[in-house]
Design a protein around this ligand. Structure first.
Ligand code: GAR
Length: 229
């Protein structure tokens, strides 16, 4: 039985996106929002720890305000993180998307958006956490890797998993070729997960995340008590 889509929030949910690199995931999110009147979210600010991040150019091209907070410009990490949070708060975001943001955020930052910070990581977590996930998977010789979209908690690449998809490693793959195929999957998975978050459709039970698309729609896997078994 096809499920109805979740009801669209009346006012689009305000989304901040954090990038450190080229921002292809940011672009995929912007494109998905543009293409889907039912998306239920809008990107109100793009932040980065790197003034030269390509993602910032994508934001400017889309007319979205940007903020840059470089760790090197702050006296220490807590001050940097507090500054970043204050800059973002100017734009009143309700959801934070980490789209290739390569700095670790602590519980102090995350407390501002409980269960509302989402990250995409280029491996099948819990395998290959950290900043070198694709290279480490290749070096290990795995035949399957992939990407994981997860809610962010205070441990690195650890929070409850929203979506995962496998990508096969091919003979002769380089880090670039493999990462490119993983990113193509991320470009689909991350916007889909952000849409669910914007619709308030992610139900958390410990580490387990369930997408509740419409509470009135029967789950096709649950037997109807009125039907003979
Ligand atoms: C993405 O593949 C993302 O999963 C990865 O950085 C890439 C950013 O690409 N993130 C991490 O490795 C975080 N640990 P993009 O800038 O083109 O979106």
């Amino acid at each position: 039985m096809p499920r109805r889509s979740p009801s669209t929030p009346r006012t689009p949910v305000r989304v901040a996106v954090m990038v450190s690199g080229s921002g292809t995931n940011l672009q995929a999110l912007l494109d998905a929002i543009e293409a889907d009147p039912d998306f239920g979210g809008e990107v109100v600010v793009v932040g980065s720890d790197r003034a030269g991040a390509g993602g910032l150019d994508r934001a400017r091209d889309a007319g979205i305000p940007t903020v840059v907070c470089a760790l090197a410009d702050a006296p220490d990490r807590p001050t940097w993180e507090a500054g970043l949070r204050a800059e973002l708060e100017q734009h009143d975001p309700q959801v934070i998307v980490l789209a290739g943001f390569m700095k670790i955020l602590t519980a102090v930052f995350l407390a501002g958006w409980p269960d509302r910070v989402i990250n995409t990581h280029p491996s099948l977590l819990p395998a290959f956490r950290g900043a070198r996930a694709v290279g480490e998977a290749l070096a290990y010789g795995v035949k399957l890797t992939g990407c994981t979209v997860h809610l962010v908690d205070e441990q690195v690449d650890h929070g409850p998993i929203v979506a995962q998809e496998a990508v096969a490693v091919r003979d002769g793959d380089t880090e670039t070729s493999l990462h490119g195929r993983i990113q193509r999957v991320e470009h689909r998975l991350l916007p889909a997960a952000v849409k669910l978050l914007c619709h308030g459709a992610l139900q958390l039970d410990g580490r387990h995340v369930r997408a509740v698309l419409d509470p009135d729609t029967p789950d096709p896997d649950t037997p109807d008590p009125k039907e003979p078994s």
